[in-house]
Design a protein around this ligand. Structure first.
Ligand code: TXD
Length: 308
């Protein structure tokens, strides 16, 4: 009889606590919330556990300020770090969050040497490099969450425009998690119908543009922080694919070593996600423009990694 899966979420703030909420409601496994603030992970963990009798989920949920309780986790989701405020770019978070992610990744990895790490902290692609170096894990067990969120924003905007179920909208957004990300119009469809048959080019271009700045749009509205419902849901979708060995094909930040002509950087690409983490990186055919955009996005990531 297999034991219940165990998920550690480092950072019990907006994204971490909401990720715990999604994971508990999906009954993915036991959950450990880690944070540096005394009482916050403990209080949120206890409160969420008390929702179990109402929502009907069984999960051991604990909060802690250390890592002992995280031992032997299957998945470690790293959300610790500062979030943007209006006027800040994701890049402004680099130095501070690199220190935080390095500490969290190394401490969590030491307790769970066989886990898959899902990185969420920004600037995402560079933070994946930090977590990869700090954990010493093989590249297939360090994965960044951004592409699923960026694609979800793109799909949500398309659903609003077409007034169709977002479940029938399939799309891919590649590249770094920044304004230079690459929504692939040529891979966007509604139940297999190419999107270009359903939306005129000018409206499609406007939606692509709004997708690229989707994070900033929410930071501007909230003023005190950044998005967390969709980012946390995206991270939990990755955890579910790993825990249930679902073999999903999803856009995630993966360490590329030659794929797409990129070497040594974590960049958003389609990956096959299962129990071993990234089981394959899929190289899709790109137009020359799409490939150029991908390389431009990668150049932005390289600049950040060079500053680490
Ligand atoms: O698509 C994506 N990947 C992005 C990621 C989408 C949205 C926002 N994203 C980034 O996630 C955001 O820019 C931040 O870098 C992280 C977390 O965002 P969140 O909104 O959850 O920030 P909060 O609410 O400030 O929570 C961060 C928590 C907070 O409770 C801190 O006390 C804690 O992190 N923290 C730590 N926990 C453990 N260990 C250390 N060292 C630590 N430092 C801070």
């Amino acid at each position: 009889m297999g034991k219940r899966a165990k998920i550690t979420i480092v950072g019990a703030g907006n994204i971490g606590a909401t990720a715990a909420h999604w994971a508990a409601s999906k009954e993915l496994g036991d959950i450990v919330l880690v944070d540096v603030v005394e009482g916050v992970p403990q209080g949120k963990g206890l409160d969420l556990a008390q929702a179990g009798p109402v929502e009907g989920f069984d999960a051991r949920i604990v909060g802690t300020n250390g890592y002992d309780e995280t031992a032997d986790s299957d998945v470690i989701i790293i959300t610790a770090g500062l979030a943007r405020k209006p006027g800040m770019s994701r890049d402004d978070l680099l130095k501070t969050n690199a220190k935080i992610v390095h500490e969290c990744a190394s401490k969590a990895a030491a307790k769970s040497p066989n886990a898959v790490i899902i990185v969420i902290s920004n600037p995402l692609d560079a933070m994946c490099t930090v977590a990869h170096r700090a954990s010493g894990f093989p590249k297939h067990r360090v994965i960044g969450m951004a592409g699923i969120l960026d694609t979800a924003r793109y799909r949500a905007f398309l659903g609003m425009e077409l007034n169709v179920s977002v479940e029938d909208i399939q799309a891919l957004v590649l590249g770094g998690h920044g304004d230079a990300m690459v929504p692939l119009v040529s891979y966007t469809s509604v139940s297999g119908i190419p999107i270009t048959q359903l939306i005129p080019k000018d409206k499609l271009d406007a939606i692509v543009k709004r997708t690229r700045t989707g994070g900033g749009e929410i930071v501007g509205l909230l003023k005190t922080g950044s998005a967390y419902y969709a980012p946390s849901a995206a991270g939990v979708q990755m955890a579910e694919a790993i825990i249930k060995d679902k073999k999903r094909i999803l856009p995630c930040a993966a360490l590329l070593e030659g794929e797409y002509g990129i070497n040594g950087l974590f960049i958003g690409v389609p990956v096959l996600l299962g129990k071993n983490g990234i089981e394959k990186v899929l190289e899709v055919t790109l137009t020359n423009d799409e490939r150029a955009d991908l390389h431009k996005s990668a150049a932005g990531v390289q600049e950040l990694v060079d500053l680490l």
